[in-house]
Each structure stands twice: as C-alpha cells, then as structure tokens.
Design a protein around this ligand. Sequence first.
Ligand code: PLP
Length: 282
Amino acid sequence: MYVYMNGEFIPEERACVSPFDRGFLYGDGVFETLRAYNGRVFRLNEHLQRLRAGLEYLHIRPEGLDRIEEILYELLSLNSISDAYARISVTRGSTGRGINIDRDSPPNIVVFTRRVYPPGEDLYEQGVELVISKRINQRLPDEYNLKSHSFLNYILAKYEATYRGAYEAILLNREGHVTEGSVSNIFCVKEDRLYTPPLRSGVLRGITREVVKGLAGMAGLSLAEKELLPGELMEAEEVFITNTIIEVLPVREIEGRRFGVGSATKTIQGLYRELVKRECGG
Ligand code: PLP
C-alpha cells in the first residue's frame, strides 16, 4: 500500500515519522476518518471543513491542504481500493523546545487508506451492547470540531467497554449528561421524537450525526437536541450509535436494560444507505 506524506506518495514500509514529531510526542494534531464507497468519499467536503476548523482551533497552518481531495483520490487509485477506510492526519510537526509552539516548523500531513471492515450484518440486525463509562468526557463545549490526536480518554473508555464485554462505552460530562461514545455519536427515539445530545454537552459534531439529523423528517420523526441524563436514555424505546464507518448501528442493551431494534432505527438505517448509494453510486 502507498501512503501520502508531505508531498510524496511512498510505499508504507518507507513512511517514517520523526521521533520529534509533536503528534507522536504530545498528541498535538488532528485527524479525520473517512469512508469511500465505490471509489467515492462520502461527505468529503464536510470532513475537510471539520479538519480545517480543528486546525484553526489549534493554530496549525499547514500548506498544501487545498490539494487533499486530489491526494485522497490519487491514493485510492494507487492502492486499487474502492471501498475504503481513509485517514488524514495533520500534526504540528517537529518540536522546538518542550511544549512551546514553534510557528516556523512545518506541519506534517499523512494520508493513508485501508480496506474497510464495518461491523457484521448480524450486529446491524441484533444491535450492540453499550456501557456507561466511568470516565468523564473532557471535551469543552466549543471543541465540537476538534478530532484531536489526544485520544487517550476515549481509548480507555473503549477498553472499559471491551473488558466488560460491550461494543462501545458512552461518556458523561461533568454535569452527568450523556455526551458521545468513544468513537460514535448517540441517538435515542421516544414517542416519534429523535433525540441527540446538543454540541454544548461536549460532543463531536459527527458527520454521520449531521446526516442522520437531516433524515429524521423523512423517517417521520421530529428532531430534538436535548441534554440527556442516563436515566432518560434508559427510558427510550430505541437507541442507536453513528459514525463514518459503522453508519447507523442499533443498540440492544445498555447496562442491563434491553432495547428492541425498532422500526425508527431501521428506517434511518435504510435512508442512510440509500443516500450513500445516491451520492457514491453502487
Ligand atoms: N465522537 C467521537 C469521539 C468520534 O471519535 C467519532 C468518530 O470517530 C464520532 C463521534 C463520530 O463522528 P463521524 O460521524 O464524523 O465519524
């Protein structure tokens, strides 16, 4: 497989990151995870907008980002994959002294693609199990566009889910409100209303979240962004999680409370897949 690094397409065996790279040393960078279907990247502009907003937030100003779309398609073609997981990483580059920011050191841009491994169809039919993490989400209300390399809190939450035999962990904020999963946004349905936590709860503005919000009306659901307590989530009729790779994945259990995979979730799932087909073909 080829990867793209700072202006070059090189075989992955030759791609190296400096030991002084701040992404490596401090998690000082941002990334995007994208999915290509049939050789087309779904919602590429939205991913790139979020990437730019995250970089702006961190005062990282890389050159050459305007070519990123071209680079992604070139890489998909070089690697001969049309259904792909793609990742763009931008770090602040090599360190000056300690954590001080050296405005002159150029950022590092890396792009790679991989074959995509979405969850099996059985999980889409039966749903997955979630736990409520003991970890508190550290995301500030204005960090909704920040898909940071500093991922440790989410990694530990995901680990918590895995060792408890669950698929995903949901994190609460300091006020005890539901925020997001370690790699996903969360939705629930009650009495024909679709609920999701608002950005101010400390939530990544997921690209899939935004698409799903736009599908609610077509599914006959009214949409409400509302601060949710775990108890309110437990009282829902249906729950599902979303991200670029898993799309819309039903939840069958949270902390022992069981949910059915209901018609609202199935309708949203179907509408999402139709939209992908319309935009990406296949
Ligand atoms: N929240 C977190 C913490 C994530 O890491 C992700 C994606 O990886 C999401 C939400 C969902 O975002 P998207 O729909 O853009 O993939």
